[in-house]
Design a protein around this ligand. Structure first.
Ligand code: SF4
Length: 382
């Protein structure tokens, strides 16, 4: 761990460089000030796996994956999640409830709601369906979906793409935590095309979550055309927001993988090892580093600082990467055995955020409730 403490930078070797400041692409356009010190990036790039330590334990969460809508205004070239207009789906309240009930029955604690980004006006049928359900936006429908999950005994963790403050604030109190993959601060061709996804929007979403005090999961996507320098800058951008707000609970280091829309290959093992070690070095130790075992060679990354294996679902597929099945719990146990460390289940919100400073009264009440779900949540904290 190279950066010693997110709140005290007096002894921080990152501060000891002569600063050459570079602007991170696009953040200013969204009203967010962010500069990344190029000397810090250079320093981070020199981190090797041998500079960090393996984690003393591994964690995972038991979730159900709920793709609220597969509509998305973007067309990232590596993504098989989105469906074009005319074929995109919107889950009904009954379908959401049925998935949540199955998840609660299977012992899950997390309802993982995923979106594409705001469906644009090409998705007329999605807006017609939302209107029939009494909603004028997918974000107001998300609130109803989270309330269903809470009624069924699951804690919502929503991952709805970019969000403005006006979109995030109305759902923050019904989520135990939220997330969005920063992916990269660089402008890459994979995000391009007529409807290009801008890094500045993702950066603004990280900032908004911090301002609202939402425990937040983010991460980088490796191999989509970014450079090693871009990866270092992306990790330092996340570290900067965590230093400002303290809200980053976990960083995912995810390789892009081949699928029906992406034949650009995956990053090699050396790249994944170095990037994982950089993530570990850039963030304080209480921020978890996750690598998804269904997409990454996790056994080969354990010594680079991985301490979380993400969500495993006993009842639903990984809808974002449907060709890569979630590992069964037994496989996660085998990974922990390989590392010779204990494996424990966690809630979708990390334990250090379990206070009224971070959680709404609604989520605190769900965790404290004297019912079957509350007992299931609290059993993981013992
Ligand atoms: S990666 Fe996300 S933003 Fe890009 S097309 Fe897929 S769902 Fe949309």
């Amino acid at each position: 761990m190279i950066r010693p403490d997110s709140t005290d930078r007096r002894n921080d070797p990152f501060n000891s460089f002569t600063h050459t400041v570079c602007d991170v692409f696009g953040a200013e356009a969204y009203g967010v000030e962010l500069t990344i010190d190029s000397a810090d990036a250079e320093r981070l790039l020199s981190v090797e796996p041998s500079d960090v330590s393996a984690a003393p334990e591994l964690t995972f969460a038991r979730n159900v994956f709920i793709p609220l809508t597969t509509a998305c205004r973007y067309t990232c070239t590596y993504c098989t999640y989105y469906d074009p207009p005319g074929t995109a789906s919107l889950l009904s309240p009954e379908e959401i409830r049925e998935i949540c009930e199955r998840g609660a029955d299977a012992g899950c604690t997390e309802a993982l709601f995923t979106f594409g980004d705001d469906p644009d006006d090409r998705y007329t049928e999605i807006y017609d369906q939302l209107a029939e359900l009494g909603h004028d936006s997918i974000h107001s429908y998300l609130r109803e979906a989270c309330e269903i999950a809470l009624e069924c005994g699951l804690l919502p963790h929503s991952n709805p793409g970019d969000q403005t403050r006006e979109q995030m604030e109305p759902v923050a109190d019904v989520n135990a935590s939220m997330g969005v993959m920063l992916e990269t601060t660089a402008e890459v061709q994979a995000h391009g095309g007529p409807r290009s996804k801008e890094p500045g929007q993702r950066i603004a979403t990280l900032a908004t979550a911090g301002e609202l005090g939402v425990p937040f999961t983010t991460g980088i996507l490796v191999g989509i055309g970014e450079t090693a320098e871009d990866r270092a800058e992306s990790l330092l951008a996340i570290a900067e927001f965590h230093e400002r707000y303290g809200h980053i609970q976990e960083i995912i280091v995810q390789p892009v993988v081949s699928n029906a829309r992406w034949q650009g290959g995956s990053p090699d093992l050396e790249t994944m090892r170095q990037t994982t070690a950089m993530a570990r070095a850039a963030l304080p130790e209480d921020v978890s580093i996750q690598s998804p075992p269904n997409l990454a060679p996790v056994e080969e990354l354990l010594d680079c600082g991985i301490d979380d294996l993400g969500g495993v679902s006993p009842v639903t597929d990984d809808h974002i990467n449907p060709e890569y099945k979630w590992p069964a719990l037994r496989e996660l146990e085998a990974i922990a055995e390989t590392a010779d460390v204990p494996l424990s289940e966690r809630l979708p919100v990390y334990e250090r955020y379990l206070s009224s400073e971070w959680l709404s009264p609604t989520i605190e009440a769900a965790i404290d409730a004297d019912d079957e779900a509350g007992r299931r949540y609290r059993a993981l904290l013992e």
